[in-house]
Write a protein that binds this ligand. Structure first.
Ligand code: ADP
Ligand code: MG
Length: 678
């Protein structure tokens, strides 16, 4: 049987078993998947220079004719060196190829080639070592460069790619209806796939990239939207709308903001439907998402059901446990904490209580939804700091119990256009205002020269009874000049912070140790926490009023914003001091934005403008299926177009079952895990 695009890669002409193995290592199992192995760059042989103009100790493209091949030299260690004299018609140069006799043999005396390689030597004698070359007669002067694995050379991949593309052209296919191609000005898929690998011009590569990036964004959007529809199976936990959350809301030590109230009523309304809730609660750090989540737990408990609240770290889990107990226990709602650091005996006892329905709210890390934890009536699952949980986990959750309601909370506010893609499977509630009386954190960006003055300020605040964080990018000293918490803490204890109680917190510490430090910090026994970004997520110590960030250039806008959100959580005026000696435009701009606004939605909008949406996809933070092209090639305009297109397609054909959409649906299923969509 002849190989097809979907046969095992090893049956592609010229591949075979051994090389097939290498491809599988790269996640390429079929010629089709090979075609979607997108070049990471191109080698442009059009840009050749005369030998005399080659930049020494750097890579150059030369056009050379082989004058004389010298016999290969064997030297010790089995190494073979092959050399040939060559000329560009004016100057001579030596070609040196190490350990690749076959590659050398293919060069013919008298033949002319484009060669790309590192040029060494001096004014008089030059050599180009281990060049990549193509014949001068070759028509394709822009050659793709791929991510490779040991044993696969770029030439092999190019040759196999050529085979796969030829096979593809014999059985052409298209995933998008003509009408869409026309309206969104996209090139046909066959042209895109040909030209992404072997473009005749920069323009051709660009057009190909646009089409493929559009495809990816479209598939992503379609998949997310379809997941949303899928998870609308009925839930066993339609709650009773005549039960009121008012007693809880009125019992809180503060009045909920309007946004919080709106979020609570949206959540309660969802819980009273017979399809499971699937909602994202977006809100800046400190906007009070936890109170809204607690209201949901209260409502679920008063409906006689259980809730689970998952946090990404144990620190956060224990913090949530404390907050929820405080809010809920007065109403007879029983809250428990299930974490890895409990003894086996306690864990077992707690598991029994959960199964017997003797506790109403279970707080912990994602261990609490594992198979070995059985609930009597799990109706509501809340995940905090959503961006740490991926799409797959979101989908796995849907399988738990009798389709529980799901609420995910994210403190990384993102613009709506982006949210629609990343959280396309969720409804969105947003808390955009901070609680009343909250003072914005004063933010200053300074250079290292002002460090000791900055610490003078820190000491003043400590003397007033406040606490502070100092964040450094590294744990241990390394080759780089970046600050590391360990040495930083030692120095600070001797100098700037002499006489103050400081402590270290970083990701390599044991969970129990971290908890101990956090507890002491919360209790005010530690004045300054010198830490890495482990404090980034959700830590809440209202008395902490100063945040110092060293090497601020190392952190993106969103991360800086997250870190800053650790202060300004109580009634005290708070400050954030960003220290950096970096003067690049990009860094200066980031520091300016940080100093001028504290609105998380605005900051993420700026972040999006500066970095483009690719970074959001590329960071893997959101747990989306990995994108191959869109993460580097897409822009907002393309993203909006893909979004509109998805909306139109689904409006006309919600399950993409019509004949002309079937290929697209297959593609969507391929991008996502099949079980999620299929
Ligand atoms: P986040 O949205 O970052 O999870 P939290 O829920 O931790 O924010 O709330 C931050 C702090 O603000 C907590 O100490 C919380 O008790 C308090 N808080 C929440 N809502 C209000 C409100 N409406 N008024 C005053 N304080 C509030
Ligand atoms: Mg929080």
């Amino acid at each position: 049987m002849a190989a097809t695009l979907f046969s095992d890669i090893q049956y592609l002409k010229g591949v075979g078993q051994a090389r097939g193995e290498k491809y599988r290592k790269l996640g390429i199992n079929s010629p089709y998947e090979l075609i979607y192995h997108i070049p990471r760059a191109y080698l442009d042989f059009r840009a050749h220079v005369p030998v005399a103009q080659a930049v020494l100790n750097d890579y150059n493209v030369l056009k050379l004719t082989i004058l004389k091949k010298l016999p290969p030299q064997r030297i010790k260690g089995g190494l073979v060196i092959c050399k040939a004299a060559a000329s560009d018609g004016i100057d001579d140069i030596l070609i040196v190829i190490y350990n690749n006799v076959y590659y050398f043999q293919a060069l013919k005396e008298g033949g002319t080639y484009y060669m790309y390689g590192k040029v060494n030597g001096n004014f008089l004698r030059k050599e180009i070592s281990s060049p990549v070359y193509i014949k001068a007669e070759e028509k394709v002067l822009i050659q793709p460069v791929y991510h490779l694995t040991q044993g696969l050379s770029v030439t092999m991949v190019r040759n196999n790619m050529r085979q796969a593309l030829d096979m593809m052209h014999r059985e052409p296919f298209e995933t998008l209806p003509d009408e869409i191609l026309r309206r969104y000005e996209l090139c046909p898929l066959m042209d895109a796939l040909e030209n992404i690998h072997f473009p005749q011009s920069d323009m051709a590569a660009e057009i190909a990239r646009r089409r493929l990036a559009f495809d990816e964004l479209l598939k992503l959007q379609l998949g997310m939207s379809m997941m949303k529809t899928r998870s609308r199976r009925s839930t066993a936990y339609k709650m009773d709308s005549s039960i009121s959350v008012a007693p809880f809301v009125e019992g809180l030590p503060f009045e909920l903001t309007d946004d919080q109230k709106k979020a609570v009523s949206e959540i309660v309304a969802d819980l009273c439907k017979d399809v499971p809730m699937n909602r994202l609660l977006q809100g800046d750090v400190g906007s009070g998402k936890t109170a809204a989540a607690a209201a949901a737990c209260y409502f679920a408990a008063k409906n006689g059901t259980q809730s689970a609240l998952m946090a990404p770290t144990e620190i956060l889990a224990s913090q949530h446990y404390r907050t929820l107990s405080e809010f809920l226990e007065p109403f007879g709602v029983r809250v428990s904490l299930l974490t890895g650091s409990l003894t086996a005996k306690k864990k077992a006892a707690l598991r029994e209580q959960i199964a017997a329905g003797e506790t109403d709210v279970v707080v912990g890390t994602h261990a609490i939804i594992q198979k070995d934890v059985e609930y009597r009536d799990l109706a509501l699952v809340i995940t905090d700091e959503q961006h740490r949980f991926g799409v797959a986990q979101r989908a796995a959750l849907a399988e738990k119990g009798d389709s529980p309601h799901k609420l995910v909370m994210s403190a990384t506010p993102i613009p709506r256009t982006l949210a629609l893609i990343i959280y396309g499977d969720l409804d969105i509630s947003a808390i955009t205002q901070l609680p009343k009386g909250r003072k914005p954190v004063k933010t200053y960006a300074v250079t290292g020269k002002l460090r000791s003055r900055a610490f003078g300020f820190v000491r003043d605040r400590l003397n007033e009874g406040r606490q502070a964080y100092v964040v450094c990018p590294m744990i241990e000293e390394s080759e780089s000049d970046l600050f590391a918490v360990k040495t930083y803490a030692e120095n600070a204890a001797k100098n700037d912070l002499k006489g103050y109680v400081t402590a270290l917190l970083h990701g390599k510490m044991k969970a129990a140790e971290k908890d101990k430090v956090m507890k002491k910090f919360r209790d005010g026994e530690i004045q300054v926490l010198i830490c890495t970004t482990v404090v980034e997520v959700g830590v809440d110590v209202p008395n902490a009023a100063v945040m110092v960030i060293e090497n601020a250039e190392r952190f993106g806008l969103s991360q800086l914003h997250q870190l800053r959100g650790r202060v300004g959580r109580g009634q005290y005026e708070s400050s954030c001091i960003l220290i950096t000696d970096n003067t690049s435009d990009e860094c200066v701009k980031r520091m300016k934005i940080m100093s001028s606004t504290s609105d998380g939605f605005k900051i993420s909008e700026e972040d999006l403008k500066m970095r483009g949406p690719g970074d959001f996809f590329g960071s893997a933070q959101h747990g989306l299926p990995p994108l191959k092209i869109a993460d580097i090639a897409c822009n907002m305009e393309l993203m909006n177009k893909a979004q509109n297109c998805a909306r139109e397609l689904l409006a006309a054909d919600p399950e993409l079952d019509s004949r002309e959409n079937r290929a697209l649906k297959m593609d969507v299923m391929r991008l996502f895990n099949k079980d999620i969509i299929g």
